[in-house]
Design a protein around this ligand. Structure first.
Ligand SMILES: Cc1cc2nc3c(=O)[nH]c(=O)nc-3n(C[C@H](O)[C@H](O)[C@H](O)COP(=O)(O)OP(=O)(O)OC[C@H]3O[C@@H](n4cnc5c(N)ncnc54)[C@H](O)[C@@H]3O)c2cc1C
Length: 387
């Protein structure tokens, strides 16, 4: 049995963000174990977010844009972002950078091993691998969903799921001065679907077919949509490009309450910590807020007091939208249409980042069709009390 001050179980976005922040604070004197089933950096996720200030991990930003395209019901518009910049970071760069720094630090140990179990022995949280047991004052875990093995089910079991291709072309076809946030597919009826396109250069881009719904598709269906988009929009045939990489993801659009503790002394981090914004799937920036709060809290010397990831009113807006996407996807499409038509993208981003005032929220709410929301408010009233 080995004893640490802190154990970070899971070295993905949240675990490594926390480790990095500990390393760059007086907590670097603590003894910390960071453990993951794989510590090999992988180029499998592209994390994007918007920020009005200097972004987290600024030196690692891969691309950024201040113009975004939205296309819905045949109207295509490109808008300047005045307050925000949209940033993109690659998981491989992030993991390489942080793991290298951790390797060089004598108080921080890295271990590649699957976590078998997390338990509490009455006084200490404990982590078990096949061959070892580790104890700590706190364990921060992003490995296990605290809702698994419970009877609780989401009311709206929605996922944001997507499959994309990173391609290169011999001819310059992409305008890399803007990215495409959402190019809606109005032919898709059992949820909301859209293309998300990040141009790395005029000859290279990541193009993802993204769906908000409760059922995954066969992988080839997403790929057919990407291929069709490349053909319709850019006149690209399969011989005109080569696929360098594929990116698949499924992100929970969770409507269950925030569950901060896995077991006593074991705090849930990142997606399993309920940090993902339910209505958008964006998580990376919210992980930064969660991990900043943890470090601040630990430095204060007081017991850890995790903050809920969202204020109550934002939880309500998310729940209403989940209800509409799940039960009335056509209404949801109309809501997106009015949202983007009647508001600047800066205002939409401020609202989705939960940085808006109540007056800003009322302006957004009054810009979209009211009837679906009135129905959602009524239908979700009991659920809202639980979250
Ligand atoms: C493909 C993809 C793209 C995304 N893009 C964005 C984006 O653009 N913007 C955004 O805000 N969010 C995005 N997200 C959502 C979210 O930011 C990511 O999922 C992010 O990685 C979540 O961080 P995490 O630390 O919670 O989980 P992860 O990064 O998945 O980390 C969990 C870690 O735990 C390890 N682990 C799990 N089980 C065990 C075990 N039993 N033993 C040991 N280790 C274990 C895993 O190996 C992993 O390294 C994306 C998600 C995906 C899947």
């Amino acid at each position: 049995m080995q004893q640490y001050d802190y154990i970070i179980a899971g070295a993905g976005a949240s675990g490594l963000s926390l480790a990095w922040k500990m390393l760059h604070s007086p907590l670097s004197k603590k003894k910390v174990l960071i453990l993951d089933q794989s510590l090999s950096p992988s180029h499998d996720k592209t994390w994007c977010f918007w920020d009005a200030e200097a972004p987290p991990f600024a030196d690692l930003i891969y691309r950024k844009w201040t113009k975004a395209e939205i296309s819905i019901f045949g109207t295509r518009s490109i808008e300047h972002l005045n307050n925000y910049t949209y940033y993109c970071l690659r998981s491989v760069d992030f993991q390489n950078h942080i793991l290298n720094q951790l390797t060089d630090h004598s108080h921080f140990d890295l271990l590649e091993a699957p976590v078998k179990e997390l338990s509490f022995d009455g006084s200490n949280p404990t982590l078990h691998t096949d061959t070892n047991t580790f104890k700590a004052d706190y364990i921060f875990q992003s490995c296990f969903n605290p809702w698994d093995n419970t009877n609780s089910q989401p009311r709206y079991p929605l996922l944001q799921h997507f499959l994309g291709w990173e391609i290169t072309t011999s001819k310059p076809v992409f305008d890399d001065s803007f990215f495409t946030l959402m190019d809606f597919d109005k032919t898709f009826e059992s949820g909301i679907a859209f293309i998300y396109l990040l141009p790395w250069s005029k000859n290279s881009a990541l193009i993802e077919y993204t769906i908000f719904s409760n059922t995954l598709l066969e992988k080839k269906k997403y790929e057919e949509k990407v291929s069709l988009y490349l053909s319709n929009r850019f006149k690209l045939k399969p011989v005109d490009y080569s696929i360098k990489r594929k990116e698949f993801g499924k992100i929970p659009m969770e409507d269950r309450p925030h569950k901060p503790w896995y077991k006593p002394g074991i705090l849930n981090l990142g997606t399993v910590g309920g940090v993902t914004k339910p209505s958008t799937g964006y998580t990376f920036k919210r992980i930064q807020k969660q991990t900043d709060q943890i470090v601040e809290n630990l430095l204060s010397g007081r017991d850890l007091q995790p903050q809920p990831p969202s204020k109550k009113r934002f939880k309500a807006y998310d729940l209403w939208l989940l209800h509409i996407i799940d039960r009335h996807p056509k209404d949801a499409l109309q809501i997106f249409n009015h949202l983007f038509k009647n508001n600047s993208l800066d205002d939409v981003f401020r609202f989705l980042a939960e940085e808006s005032s109540i007056q800003d929220d009322l302006k957004i709410m009054s810009s979209v069709p009211h009837a679906p929301f009135l129905r959602a408010i009524w239908k979700t009233r009991s659920r809202l009390r639980e979250i």
